[in-house]
Design a protein around this ligand. Sequence first.
Ligand SMILES: [Zn+2]
Length: 387
Amino acid sequence: MAGEPHKIRQRRERERVLALSHLFDPDPENPGEICEATRNAPLPEGLSCRVDAAQEFLRFLKSEFSDVRRLAASALGKMAPEKPAAQTFLLSLAETAANDPHPQVRQYAAKAIGRYAENDMAALCLDKLKDMARDETAPNYVRSAAAETVAAIEEAAKRKASLAHQWCSRCRRIIGEAEYRDSVDRWGKPYCRHCSDERELEGKNFEATVENAKLRRTEGGTAVQSVGEKRIAEFLEQEDIAFLYDERFRIAEGELIRPDFYLPEFDLYIEYFGMDTPDYLARAEKKRILYQRAGKKLISLSYHDDAHLIETLREKLSRHFRIGEDGSRASLVPPPSAERNEPSPSPRNELSPSSRNELSPQAERNELSPSSRNELSPQAERNERSE
Ligand SMILES: [Zn+2]
């Protein structure tokens, strides 16, 4: 008879903690969510809202009955999808995990903390959990539950730390995971939403700028961007040399270039350069290497050549094929190999201003960093210079 109140108390606590625990039964289809049926079920007596149950679970964590403590620990873990204010009970769970006399209660408490791995407070449980994982006096299932939770918390912290260090590569603002993913998918670089939109607008403006710049027409009808290009195009037309102007090509491992002129009969590229800013020269160098690596024949000219542009062009073309005295041309002649690839074999010999500028502004648009894309001036500058 003396044991009966004790038994009755145990049954009452057990029934209450179970009833509350059922409020958080996971959806069998989606274990990360709480079952829809229980979500809509009426609240048990004494609760004003579902997460109020946490207060009762906390009390039950200190119950004299180990099965009640175990159920309470488990229920606190099941609540995780409700996103309760876990800081109020994570430390209590850690205390239980570390010190409960009953190993199963410890195991359930450690697992429950693991459901809150993303919560900043979970890191405060790490020391206790690590001790547990190392505790050779504890049963294996206790140690491994602790070790799994430690791993989950550390993984979540690492993920958060890496996200915290993603920033917009243009304005340096810290950006969220979705922004990061979207912009890297789209641009290959992290941008915030604002800068991503800006960049899209600039891309459209850039195209418009280039098209507007092609105001100069050759006698043959090709729209070009500068007086220098117009002279080159008209020379080619006059010599009846077929050319493609401002086309896109992929050379050397798929890199996109946009040479000023391409002579398909001779597989020869002509670039006319209008700038020599440090930025431009650096990209020109990269470009020159690209042509060389692809084994492409390149003739480079620049505004420095303007005074004798056609003579220079004719001389450089003659290294690749003969142009007849009367203007008629012979077929491609294999020139001495040393001259095949301008400026090889000794690029430094060719470091006249023209070959140092060996990057077509057209090609740049494919390679420009977002910030340098802002400098939409290559065409404009070139045009001014060529006027
Ligand atoms: Zn930005």
